[in-house]
Design a protein around this ligand. Structure first.
Ligand SMILES: O=C(O)CCC(=O)C(=O)O
Ligand SMILES: [Fe+2]
Length: 396
């Protein structure tokens, strides 16, 4: 992944420096080539557009249902909380439509001629390599499918600047931007992270198309020296600069070959993102899970196969082991939004840099061009004091 240039003490690359020195409208324009046919995308909004969005806002959660299901103690002991059917019926419809629209936009980029992209305005020379046509074709209708081992074809640049609608989808679809700063979304984060100071970390769209072969076991790093350092007790765990992966499934999924989420209660407490990896369930059971017990409950660790009704949300601490089931070819796509927020380190006060904020959004926030709530959420994408000079989410 490319680092956030605004957190660097100095930008060495003159092309990138030039792209970031101009008006944000110009950079925003370069992130929305004409073939996207999305002139009203939030990245090109001005202040009245955000005001209109806020004025038209409605509750998207049945808050009482959230409170009935959320147990703060169980969340940190298990590493996740499952909130079934907490999204209002109207929002299930709007969210579903928003993700379908987002996927359509993502597919437009995959089908487009990338030579028409204004690479210079994005801060780099045009790529000399191209993604194989078969790979682009296989990526249609799904997420995380374009090979991104290096930036020779420009894929990492397109991801960083959010030309792919799947990465920072809130910048492409108004309803998803509404959710990113929605008071109920932020209240949910406060419940999970137990702080008023929230920082945005990353946002993705996670569509699993029919025929998807599944995603292997993994967990995510939080940085700050808290990864790969072994078990810790609950109070110390809470003090870390934790990230809450808020996985939202407007249409839900069943447990059987439906692209569903799988998790392991208590796995986060081992703080082992490097070690806790496996290609499939059998490999996880015969290796990482073998002989391991939950540090608090003493129970043997085991895989939980979720089965969720429409309008469900899973809040999951970054270190918790998770994987995705395959999606049978006969089924329809599984839609999902991922919204991730993080807290500061309670001891040092340092905020780790976010995983992924497109430079144009960091720049707008830095220049005071965004509404207060969004600016506050994005401040760790440009404020070097807050991050204590750290430039990557994983810096120790
Ligand atoms: O698709 C999902 O449900 C989860 C995806 C995931 O774990 C990830 O993107 O890191
Ligand atoms: Fe994940």
């Amino acid at each position: 992944m490319l680092t956030n240039p605004l957190l660097l003490p100095h930008i060495d690359d003159p092309l990138l420096a030039q792209a970031l020195a101009g008006p944000t409208q110009e950079l925003a324009r370069a992130t929305r080539p004409d073939f996207m046919r999305n002139p009203d995308s939030p990245v090109e909004w001005s202040s009245p557009d955000f005001s209109r969005m806020e004025a038209a806002r409605e509750d998207f959660l049945d808050w009482q249902a959230v409170l009935d299901q959320f147990d703060a103690e169980a969340f940190v002991v298990d590493g996740y909380a499952i909130l079934r059917g907490v999204v209002t019926a109207a929002s299930v419809g709007a969210w579903t439509a928003a993700l379908q629209r987002g996927q359509q936009l993502n597919d437009r980029l995959l089908a487009a001629n990338w030579q028409t992209i204004n690479w210079q305005r994005l801060g780099r020379t045009p790529p000399t390599a191209a993604v194989a046509t078969d790979d682009l074709h296989a990526a249609l209708g799904g997420s995380q499918r374009v090979p991104q081992g290096d930036d020779s074809a420009g894929v990492l640049t397109l991801r960083q600047h959010s030309l792919f609608a799947e990465y920072f989808s809130a910048g492409h679809v108004a309803y998803l931007m509404n959710l990113l700063t929605h008071p109920q979304m932020l209240d949910l984060q406060r419940l999970c992270l137990r702080t008023d100071s929230l920082y945005f970390d990353h946002n993705q769209m996670l569509t699993r198309a029919p025929g998807y072969t599944g995603g292997g076991w993994h967990s995510h790093r939080i940085g700050g020296g808290f990864d790969d350092v072994g078990p810790v007790d609950i109070d110390d765990y809470r003090r870390q600069p934790n990230i809450n992966l808020t996985l939202c499934y407007p249409q839900g999924f069943s447990a059987d070959e439906d692209g569903g989420l799988k998790l392991v209660r208590g796995s986060h407490l081992f703080r082992d993102p490097d070690g806790c990896r496996a290609a499939n369930d059998e490999a996880l059971r015969s290796d990482w899970l073998r002989g391991r017990n939950h540090p608090v409950t003493g129970r043997a660790l085991e895989i939980e196969y979720l089965d969720l009704p429409p309008g469900s949300i899973v809040c999951c601490l970054s270190h918790a082991a998770h994987a995705v089931a395959a999606k049978a070819p006969s089924r329809t796509e599984r839609l999902a939004s991922l919204f991730c927020y993080r807290k500061a380190d309670d001891v040092s006060g340092i905020v780790q840099p976010p995983h992924a904020v497109p430079p144009v959004w960091a720049l707008k926030a830095q220049r005071g061009e965004l509404p207060p709530t969004l600016t506050q959420l994005l401040c760790s994408s440009f404020d070097r004091k807050l991050t204590a000079g750290r430039t990557s989410y994983s810096d120790g």
